[in-house]
Design a protein around this ligand. Structure first.
Ligand code: NAD
Length: 321
């Protein structure tokens, strides 16, 4: 089956880069981008773009039929920090959008679904180091509750209705093209921007808060690889643990100081500290490695070099002469 793809949430931090990569792989005409707002010009201007509310089943269904879509990447969601401020809105968006897509797959309107989960499915009772694929999942955040419920529904739709849904528990994603959308790991992107523009950064997490993280290129590679993998090798249909690196704000600051010696960091933890405290520090992703060959490419040093290089160029280009 040649994929004809709809990306929902294509203007977001991950959706935007995923859309462009999918277009490069499968051809512009075979990847339709959609979002509730047209906030990313590169994506909007890169081919067919539809304004689409993922909670509106009729519009979603009409869009899928119009473009003869067989594969959906559902990237629209409310992220962790924003969800704590609007719990019911988060529940509605994160669950309704998933049900709509799963039901279209159940009815064979589409054949394949990618839906990202998160390390937020874990909670304070989960062993925090080298967190296993199968362990205690008692999330204490609204976002984590939506992701855990989503995972159970994905597995249910696969087992009961044969839906080909594939999922990854992303760690915090670091990228330079698009700003992150209200998560607890957003600091690890913002710190690079502030290192270049201000040479200092006030972090909303404390210096020793270790969290699992990943460079965008690795996250995109994993998302595409799991969708291209033979169906039999995707043995877990809830969601796979996925890991690359783990670091603290102090460690990322030290890696920036290697390139910008005058860079300074201060710490003013806010409500996001509680969210971070409830999440794992490092993740065991042996299942993803063994089942479909996952392997990350980027270390913290690689990420720092690339972020400073790309953001340096970006800010230089936007300076008025
Ligand atoms: P983001 O907030 O940057 O982007 C989400 C996009 O969805 C936005 O462009 C937004 O306009 C769109 N959207 C919101 N409501 C919509 C609706 N009703 N209909 C259609 N589109 C709508 O999020 P992201 O960081 O790109 O995350 C993508 C997915 O990855 C989400 O499921 C998120 O939970 C998951 N995830 C992200 C991270 C991370 O670090 N970024 C980590 C773990 C999991």
């Amino acid at each position: 089956m040649d994929p004809k793809i709809l990306v929902i949430g294509a203007c977001g931090q991950i959706g935007s880069e995923l859309t462009l990569k999918l277009k490069a792989l499968y051809g512009n005409e075979n990847v339709i981008a959609s979002d509730i707002r047209d906030s990313n010009l590169e994506v909007v201007n890169s081919g067919v773009f539809e304004i689409l509310d993922a909670q509106d089943f009729n519009s979603l269904s009409a869009c899928i039929k119009k473009h003869e879509i067989n594969t959906v990447y559902l990237m629209a969601a409310m992220l962790s920090a924003t969800s704590e401020k609007s719990p019911m809105k988060a529940w509605d968006l994160n669950m309704n959008s998933l049900f709509h897509v799963l039901n279209l797959a159940k009815d064979k309107v589409i054949q394949k679904v990618f839906w990202p989960s998160s390390i937020a499915v874990f909670g304070p009772t989960t062993p925090a180091e080298n967190t296993a694929q199968y362990t205690i999942t008692e999330p204490t955040t609204v976002y984590g509750i939506t992701k855990l419920a989503g995972e159970r529904w994905c597995e249910y739709y696969h087992q009961k209705y044969g839906v080909d849904v594939r999922s990854l528990r992303y760690p915090g994603i670091i990228s330079w093209k698009t700003l992150p959308g209200g998560g607890t790991t957003d600091y690890a992107v913002d710190i690079y921007h502030k290192a270049i523009t201000h040479k200092n950064f006030d972090c909303f997490l404390s210096e020793h808060t270790k969290l699992p993280m990943m460079f965008m290129d690795d996250a995109i590679k994993a998302s595409i690889d799991i969708m291209r993998a033979d169906a039999n090798s995707v043995k877990i249909r809830s969601s796979y643990n996925l890991a690359a690196i783990s670091f603290t704000p102090k460690e990322i600051a030290a890696s920036i100081k290697n390139h910008i010696p005058e860079f300074k960091i201060s710490y003013t933890p806010d409500f996001r500290q509680d969210i971070a405290n409830s999440w794992p520090k490092s993740i065991n992703d042996d299942c993803a490695k063994q089942h479909w060959g996952w392997k990350p490419d980027f270390t913290l040093e690689d990420i720092t070099k690339e972020m400073l290089l790309q953001l340096g160029r970006k800010y230089n280009n936007t300076k008025t002469p």
